[in-house]
Design a protein around this ligand. Structure first.
Ligand SMILES: Nc1nc2c(ncn2[C@@H]2O[C@H](COP(=O)(O)OP(=O)(O)OP(=O)(O)O)[C@@H](O)[C@H]2O)c(=O)[nH]1
Ligand SMILES: [Mg+2]
Length: 338
């Protein structure tokens, strides 16, 4: 393995140490890939607990002080090009759970797991991450009529590529290949049991990840994959297998909503009154679209529900600004200590 295979390292000019990528995270200890190979690392406490360095997560590029016979020291987290975050359990802080991926594969299986509402939520979160989502309907070999699933998924997967695959028969796998290019990172999302690890294995051509059974009656999985893991496939692509989305939760969806609900938002600004609440005002474009059948009532309901849960755009922007300020401040501090 060469470190260059682990994707493009963000600019680390002027920072001490050598770059590495986090491939897994355990309590306090990280698995990393760096120019010396695969090894382990821990956070350098001063930088992370006293300073305001962002805690690294799977997929992050970091700077490390390499230690040959022991755990290397993580000195800094490099800027992320995309990430998922959740509210840290028990705290109001945001915590990243995967970073620096190019594509988000959203998996649902064509059985009792299939749920367009949930698909909407995943899509919203995926758009908000900064990467490009793709919907993958799995277990095509089990479905009597895969087309009916595709048709229902199409209604919510607006502007997104949608594919039906089977990890068991290999059907549809060639559709994934264009995304699995050297240096590109793909993160797999989906409920336990939809076949994320099975698809990773099928694409890898070998059994790298453990696979578990599901409960027949409701297709629920057994949480076989328990931690996020970044894997290098033979194709040169990097895949982050995850234990499912439950642990992601919702952070801010405001940004993602625009892309995931472009079919809804296209009606905004077309109402007779600029401050239309889309309830019972005359000349409401949303109500008219629903009456005319060009917008589904259920889509509108989902949109409102997600909107209510989301953090307003302004707040998100302020958070992002604060974040880049932190990065700049940290950089300055480091330059001073150098
Ligand atoms: N028939 C069929 N079964 C599949 C397919 N892909 C996965 N399965 C089965 O679905 C079950 C769950 O597969 P996993 O790959 O462990 O699912 P997962 O999404 O990784 O689940 P977690 O790790 O628990 O999040 C296993 O019994 C697999 O054999 C497929 O294409 N066809
Ligand atoms: Mg799994």
């Amino acid at each position: 393995m060469n470190f260059i295979d682990y994707g493009p390292v963000p600019n680390s000019e002027g920072l001490p140490g050598v770059p590495a990528r986090i491939t897994a995270q355990h309590k306090g200890r990280y698995e990393i890939a760096c120019e010396y190979g695969l090894s382990f690392a821990r956070l350098k406490t001063g930088e992370y607990f006293a300073g305001s360095e962002l805690f690294p997560t799977v997929g992050d590029y970091v700077m490390i002080r390499y230690i040959e016979n022991g755990d290397s020291q993580i000195l800094a987290t490099l800027p992320r090009r995309s990430f998922f975050s959740r509210r840290e359990p028990g705290a109001e802080r945001e915590q990243a759970v995967a970073a620096n991926f190019d594509y988000v594969f959203i998996l649902q299986s064509m059985n009792a797991n299939f749920n367009p509402k949930r698909l909407e939520r995943y899509l919203t979160i995926a758009w908000q991450s900064g990467a490009t989502p793709l919907v993958v309907l799995t277990k095509a070999d089990l479905a009597e009529d895969p087309r009916s699933f595709l048709a229902r998924a199409e209604q919510v997967a607006v502007g997104v590529e949608l594919h039906a695959v089977s990890a068991h028969s290999g059907a549809g796998l060639e559709k994934m290949r264009p995304y699995l290019q050297p240096g590109k990172t793909v993160v797999f999302l989906g409920s336990s049991g939809v076949g994320k690890s099975s698809l990773v294995n099928a694409l890898a051509g070998e059994a790298i990840m453990a696979v578990g059974g599901i409960r027949e009656e409701d297709a629920r999985g057994r949480h076989t994959t328990t931690h996020r893991q970044l894997l290098l496939l033979n194709s040169g692509a990097l895949v982050i297998d995850t234990p499912g989305m439950r642990e992601l939760g919702m952070w801010s969806v405001d940004e993602g909503l625009q892309d995931a609900f472009s079919d809804v938002e296209q009606f905004f600004g077309r109402c007779r009154f600029a401050d239309c609440s889309h309830e019972r005002e005359p000349g409401c474009a949303i109500r008219e679209a629903i009456a005319a059948g060009t917008l589904e009532e259920a889509r509108w309901q989902s949109y409102q529900k997600l909107k209510a849960e989301s953090i307003p755009r302004g707040a998100l922007l302020r958070r992002k600004q604060a974040w880049s300020k932190d990065v700049a401040k940290n950089k300055k501090q480091r330059e001073k200590t150098l």
